[in-house]
Design a protein around this ligand. Structure first.
Ligand code: FES
Length: 175
């Protein structure tokens, strides 16, 4: 599998969160160890344990990345426009037809949670890049929309949705 350096593609509005962190976006270093202890340790997570992610610190229009089972998980707090754009597309025109509603949890439409691995050859896409304000894969130019659906380029399918559930209005459990 080919991957690119995530650091190389970091954008200001795409925050990276350590595996297992809860409510950690913008947290001071001093509180990080306490926060990290709230999830299973890294080896347990690597073995497949679920992780919980507090969505509270993610501002509208912002994305974070966490890791689950060694995979990057993108969590997007979508704006009203991003949701409207995703829903305005005729589903039949999509290479991998799927409604936006089918890719989010009912009542939590603003949250998109996807596995951030390009379905072409496995690079890590960049958020808020490309023609659809979704994700752009720099390796061979695949473009995903604000629902994580493939819109252009060689990728054959949409960004996958990991198993997850809302445990409260502001917290999800992945896995
Ligand atoms: S790996 Fe993403 S376009 Fe090829």
């Amino acid at each position: 599998m080919t991957t690119t350096s995530s650091a190389q593609h970091t954008r200001r509005d795409f925050l990276y969160v350590a595996t297992g962190a809860v409510a950690a976006v913008g947290a001071a270093a001093a509180v990080w160890p306490l926060i990290s202890q709230m999830n299973p340790d890294a080896s347990t997570i690597a073995a497949g344990a679920p992780i919980e992610v507090d969505l509270t610190p993610i501002a509208e229009g912002q994305d974070i990345k966490v890791f689950w089972r060694g995979k990057p998980i993108f969590i997007s707090h979508r704006t009203k426009k991003q949701i409207e754009d995703a829903r305005a597309v005729p589903v039949s025109s999509l290479p991998d037809p799927q409604t936006d509603q089918a890719r989010v949890k009912e009542g939590h439409d603003q949250w998109l949670v996807v596995i951030g691995i390009c379905t072409h050859l496995g690079c890590i896409p960049i958020a808020h890049e490309g023609a659809y304000d979704g994700f752009f894969c720099p390796c061979h130019g695949s473009v995903y929309d604000t629902s994580g659906r493939i819109r252009q380029g060689p990728a054959p399918s949409n960004l996958p949705i990991p198993p997850y559930a809302f445990v409260s209005d502001s917290k999800i459990k992945i896995g």
